[in-house]
Design a protein around this ligand. Structure first.
Ligand SMILES: Cc1cc2nc3c(=O)[nH]c(=O)nc-3n(C[C@H](O)[C@H](O)[C@H](O)COP(=O)(O)OP(=O)(O)OC[C@H]3O[C@@H](n4cnc5c(N)ncnc54)[C@H](O)[C@@H]3O)c2cc1C
Length: 242
């Protein structure tokens, strides 16, 4: 199994872009070390606690981009009002430095695993899934991939162009967008929570892996569905954000 030992390094913010009112994309370039990771892994950011100067705290953020030769990586940050980590990261401006320890996590696809994929995400849980999809697309992967991505309202959607482009490159993939609280009349996608659409998926449990990322409650429900459908628990990979 591939293991990359985590290490601490500094990285410079090179690009910051709001994807909607509450989600921001942050691109970092490592400056004092080479950084390697596997698609689906996460980084810990370390920063000073504003409420207790000289006390450092850490928060985990999945890497939203496939590995690149130059080590640059993207985070997809949900802004939590008064949240320490998200307020810190969102306060950074281009050329600011941040301290990371990375990579961590097991939510990556082993090179020998050629199983089909069902990937389920809510909100910023799409971050590691986007990284994995980009990595698969870079490798011209042809397995069957179904992605279920849910947010509350149309205004909360993001990465639409990126996901559409990935679905075109990954020839046997489909992306289902669903709104739990549809708010625009023009919405002609799916409605309801991601879990409401699991039954519509056709898959062979013996050759399918599940990747589930986002809030714990949704993950529990999807995991139960997958287990009932006959997916082996070693083929269910989760990243719980809360
Ligand atoms: C492995 C892993 C990967 C993660 N990847 C990402 C990622 O890619 N993008 C991302 O945005 N986050 C990600 N998270 C969540 C992230 O680590 C933080 O928990 C999140 O940013 C909130 O931290 P904070 O310091 O801003 O808020 P805190 O200061 O920890 O919390 C402030 C208040 O907000 C509440 N709160 C915390 N999280 C939420 C939430 N999601 N919604 C509503 N209220 C909340 C808390 O209960 C608390 O009351 C990941 C977590 C894990 C464990």
């Amino acid at each position: 199994m591939q293991f990359i030992p985590p290490k601490e390094f500094k990285a410079k913010l090179i690009k910051k872009e709001f994807l909607n009112e509450e989600v921001v994309s942050l691109w970092f370039k490592p400056v004092d070390a080479e950084f390697k990771y596997l698609a689906g892994q996460f980084a810990m950011v370390k920063f000073e606690d504003k409420d207790e100067p000289e006390k450092f705290i850490t928060r985990a953020y999945s890497i939203a981009s496939a590995p690149k030769e130059n080590g640059e990586f993207e985070l997809c940050l949900g802004i939590i009002p008064n949240g320490k980590g998200s307020t810190y990261l969102n306060s950074l401006t281009e050329n600011d430095l941040a301290v990371f320890k990375a990579p961590f996590g097991m939510c990556n696809i082993k090179p020998e695993n050629k199983n089909n994929l069902i990937m389920v995400a809510t909100g910023t849980g799409i971050a590691p899934i986007k990284a994995i999809l980009e990595d698969l697309a870079n490798n011209n992967d042809t397995r069957t991939i179904d992605v279920l991505f849910g947010v509350r309202k149309a205004e909360n959607l993001f990465y639409l162009k990126e996901l559409k482009d990935l679905a075109e490159k990954l020839e046997n993939s489909s992306i289902i967008l669903t709104l739990s609280q549809p708010d625009v009349l023009s919405w002609n996608g799916h409605e309801g929570r991601v879990t409401a659409h699991l039954d519509s998926l056709n898959f062979d449990p013996l050759i399918t892996d599940f990747y589930i990322c986002g809030n714990g409650e949704m993950i529990k429900e999807v995991r139960e569905f997958a287990l009932k459908a006959g997916i082996d628990k070693k083929n269910i990979h989760v990243e719980i954000f809360d």
